[in-house]
Ligand binder design. Structure first.
Ligand code: SF4
Length: 279
């Protein structure tokens, strides 16, 4: 097939995995969302915006703005609760209790990495990468209203892509030294469930499995001649493209939807900032 797409991300791969037709509509045809994704729509939209804003607050803190100052920007009930949980979380204390106003060593926030993958570039934007001695921690903030199961997170493309891409393309963040899979731990931290983060370590055989699978998927997408609709009709209930597929007009439940569909952040990525190694 002739394909205009140059990049793949965890979101586009997850869409391809969940429904090739959705991947086609969203990334190849680049159709704007034609339907309200979930109900209640307004409340869901507000929650999404607050989630984005929370990411900005965390970033401001990690570039050295004191927590008390950032706290003043947490101006909704949700943001205030999330921010309080964030600054009080024992799991994050080594990250959040640094000297006021001082740039934090070993912490890279809102970093974008990319590496060639078949005919594409695989791109990922990280909320925070923390270098602590030999260990390297990938943090991802998830403002979900429902704590997903670890088993569900473990097989998500985000968990696989973020760890694999850090091994493949993160050496320049590590003083030029290559990163071994065993050094990496990925942590999903949930502002509404501050004492229950999900942690995933990594091993060489997992990295090999992930990179092989990514390469295979990239080849499959390049040569695909059709993008069929998913057989799992339940995936359609929160999908914005329902009206294109005759898969119902009623929107699905927002709590389930936020686990299954996340905003594509690729368009926020500044390609000047992308660090890449050739291989
Ligand atoms: S409505 Fe269903 S079949 Fe159509 S793109 Fe969405 S998930 Fe795929």
């Amino acid at each position: 097939m002739s394909i205009q797409l140059n990049t793949l991300s965890q979101s586009s791969l997850q869409d391809y995995n969940d429904c090739p037709r959705r991947f086609e509509l969203r990334y190849l045809q680049q159709l704007a969302y034609p339907a309200i994704e979930t109900e209640p729509a307004l409340e869901n939209e507000k929650h999404l915006k607050e989630g984005e804003y929370f990411h900005r607050l965390a970033q401001q803190h990690f570039i050295g703005i004191p927590a008390e100052q950032v706290s003043k920007l947490a101006n909704t009930d949700n943001l205030q609760r999330w921010w309080d949980n964030f600054t009080n979380a024992t799991d994050l204390s080594s990250l959040t209790s640094s000297p006021k106003g001082k740039d934090l060593p070993g912490l890279k926030t809102e970093i974008t990495l990319s590496a060639p993958l078949g005919k594409f570039r695989l791109v990922a934007k990280y909320d925070l990468i923390a270098f602590g001695g030999e260990k390297i921690y990938i943090y991802d903030w998830k403002t979900y209203r429902k704590r997903p199961k670890n088993e569900w997170l473990a097989v998500r493309w985000q968990t696989r892509v973020y760890r694999a891409l850090l091994v493949q393309a993160g050496a320049h963040l590590n003083g030029g030294k290559s990163i071994q899979p065993e050094q990496i731990e990925m942590i999903y931290w949930f502002p509404d469930f501050p004492n229950d983060p999900a942690r995933f370590d990594y091993k060489a055989d997992q990295f090999k499995r992930d990179w092989d699978a990514l390469t295979k998927l990239a080849d499959e997408i390049t040569t695909a001649s059709s993008f069929p609709k998913t057989d799992e009709v339940s995936k359609c209930s929160y999908c914005p493209y329902r009206s294109y597929c005759n898969r119902g007009i009623r929107a699905g439940d927002a709590l389930d939807a936020e686990l299954e569909t996340e905003a594509e952040e690729l368009f926020d990525i500044n390609f000047e900032q992308i660090g890449e190694i050739e291989f």
